[in-house]
Design a protein. Sequence first.
Length: 261
Amino acid sequence: MADVVGRVGRRALQHFAPLYVQQGQVDFVVANCENAAAGFGLTPKLVTQILAAGVDVITTGNHVWAHKEVYELADKEPRFLRPANYPPEVPGSGWRVLRACNEVEVGVVNLCGRIFMDPLDCPFRTIDAVLEALRPQTQVVVIDFHAEATSEKVAFGRYVDGRASAVVGTHTHVQTADERILPQGTAYITDCGMTGAVESVIGMEPEAVIRRFVTRMPVKFEAAKGDGVFQGIIVEVDPKTGKALDIQRVNEPFGAQLSVA
């Protein structure tokens, strides 16, 4: 599931995630939720709500530490991931193996890029070590690559082609139209989009963002409201080989009155 932004994104997640599972369209749900708390970071309360909505693993990115309350949670909740290329002293884990509802073991890896981002450890070298640790446990590996530069994402997809089931780009909040299965069997998309308000600048109220660009002065950003869009991808994987069989984009608009249990 694409980057979940603010209250609008959370409402969509709570509506659509269980719906897709109940309809048998997906067996395992990964959601990037680092923008779920009013556009920046996560709180323990929201983590509980998101997991209760049917999300199997929460991935994050450069805003993961926006709320200090998650520091302790990161060490206690195995379904909450921070990027694996943070230094080892940082709380939490960057990868886990969890069981899907169809009993398949799924490895999920969270990584951040370095181009136009914080200078974390090299994601390319990090994934080599992680994949080596994962291989004895499962053939099915999904990577959330949270990165800014398209070139870095494409290069990373090629780097792990055949060694991961899917490389899903997040962070830029604009869904790209380049979903494909790479030559060695890895499903790839540069960015799976955003789950949040449509009338926004990547999920934020437009006026404040525009004012920041025009004036270059500090401005408080707020998550936008109103009608939204639920975006992401569905990947079909052969559990025996770990190779992707199909990848499809999800792009569902919804109204501001969307009902949530």
